[in-house]
Design a protein around this ligand. Structure first.
Ligand code: SAM
Ligand code: SF4
Length: 332
């Protein structure tokens, strides 16, 4: 505590850490993973919970206040509540959240809540079983829906729903997903398709843009108004339904990049520190952790990585080069 915050050369303060606990997943979303022969990281290369928690403690001393656990699918890693408990015990951490596909959430929601998890973002793109099978190559929609209901009953501070928006694919799902969330008091957040898929199918014409989704929602539910952002560093642009149906968000990385406000760093499951989802370079911290490096060396590595952060991704320029790792191996 009391250390200088993690600031980059553009004066952005970094207080938000995402930790990917695994690159494995129990479903195969077409915009993230290949259908078969997925190359997973070898188990011995994956950080232990103790190693990840040590990194998080050091990051907290440098001003990190929010941690989100992600993957791959974090619930496929054994004993996740134990890790959540380790993170919840770190002084200075004010927000502890999880991103999950919810296939295993029915069993895990209460143990996670009891361990200190505060918020959950569930990822679900469709409410139609055959479309779910088509999009994820797995027939798990009933389990996901049960998982969501269990999470809603478990007393989290918030349960939000993330849906990826892919042009020519997910249009039929927008209004049903929005209605499902309105009926449950959940916020739906539509995520523009990003160039992070393992099969290199992304191109600009396949991005279903936030403005187009807004148009569909307005046609179905009446007008929406933008909500002035209480936290300008949060990535979602939020809107309110004027009929009292709650709020909806857009993570519009392509049409409304939010790099200028970025406050995130990421630790991959195999111990690489990344200053951006789209970064090409990454910094090894596993070597330091496993060599018994003192905290001061790890602190210095975090500071140096943040100091070297670029201004932002260049998705909208001809210069853009996709990162060498797909989404499931980075931690979305
Ligand atoms: N398995 C968990 C899940 O699906 O929520 C956590 C990891 S997943 C990589 C995190 C988020 O990334 C999910 O909300 C998912 O929809 C999103 N995602 C994956 N591939 C994407 C892509 N190519 N473009 C935009 N979002 C993507
Ligand atoms: Fe798995 Fe999440 Fe990727 Fe879907 S988006 S394949 S659930 S890691």
């Amino acid at each position: 505590m009391g250390a200088q915050p993690l600031v980059d050369t553009y004066q952005r303060i970094h207080d938000n850490l995402r930790i990917s606990v695994t690159d494995r997943c129990n479903i195969r979303c077409f915009y993230c993973m290949p259908e078969r022969e997925v190359q997973f990281i070898e188990r011995r290369e994956i950080l232990t919970y103790e190693e990840m928690a040590r990194f998080a403690r050091i990051a907290a001393r440098l001003g990190v206040r929010k941690i989100r656990v992600t993957g791959g699918e974090p619930l496929v890693r054994r004993d996740l509540p134990k890790f959540i408990g380790m993170l919840a015990a770190i002084g200075g951490i004010e927000d502890l959240a999880l991103t999950t596909n919810a296939v295993l959430l029915k069993e895990m929601a209460r143990p996670l809540r009891d361990a200190g998890l505060r918020r959950i973002n569930v990822h679900l793109d469709t409410l139609d079983r055959s479309r779910f099978l088509e999009l994820t190559r797995r027939d798990d929609l009933p389990r996901v829906l049960e998982g969501i209901e269990t999470a809603l009953a478990a007393g989290f501070d918030s349960v939000k729903l993330n849906a990826v928006a892919v042009k020519g694919v997910t249009e039929p799902d927008i209004v049903p997903i929005a209605r499902y969330c309105r009926e449950r008091g959940m916020e739906a957040r539509f995520i523009e398709f990003m160039p992070l898929d393992a099969q290199a199918i992304w191109d600009r014409t396949r991005v279903l843009l936030a403005d187009d989704i807004l148009g569909e929602l307005a046609a179905a539910f009446g007008p929406l108004e933008p909500i002035p952002d209480p936290d300008p560093r949060a990535p979602a642009s939020e809107y309110r339904y004027l009929d009292g149906g709650g709020t909806v968000g857009f993570i519009a990385s392509v049409s409304r990049p939010f790099c200028l406000n970025c406050n995130r760093i990421r630790l991959t499951a195999d111990g690489k520190l990344r200053y951006c989802l789209f970064a090409i370079e990454e910094t090894d911290v596993k070597g330091l952790l496993r060599a018994g490096a003192p905290d001061a060396d790890i602190e210095a590595t975090i500071r140096k990585t943040v100091a070297g952060k670029w201004l932002g991704h260049e998705i909208n320029s001809a210069k853009f080069v996709p990162p060498p790792r797909p989404m499931y191996a980075i931690g979305g």
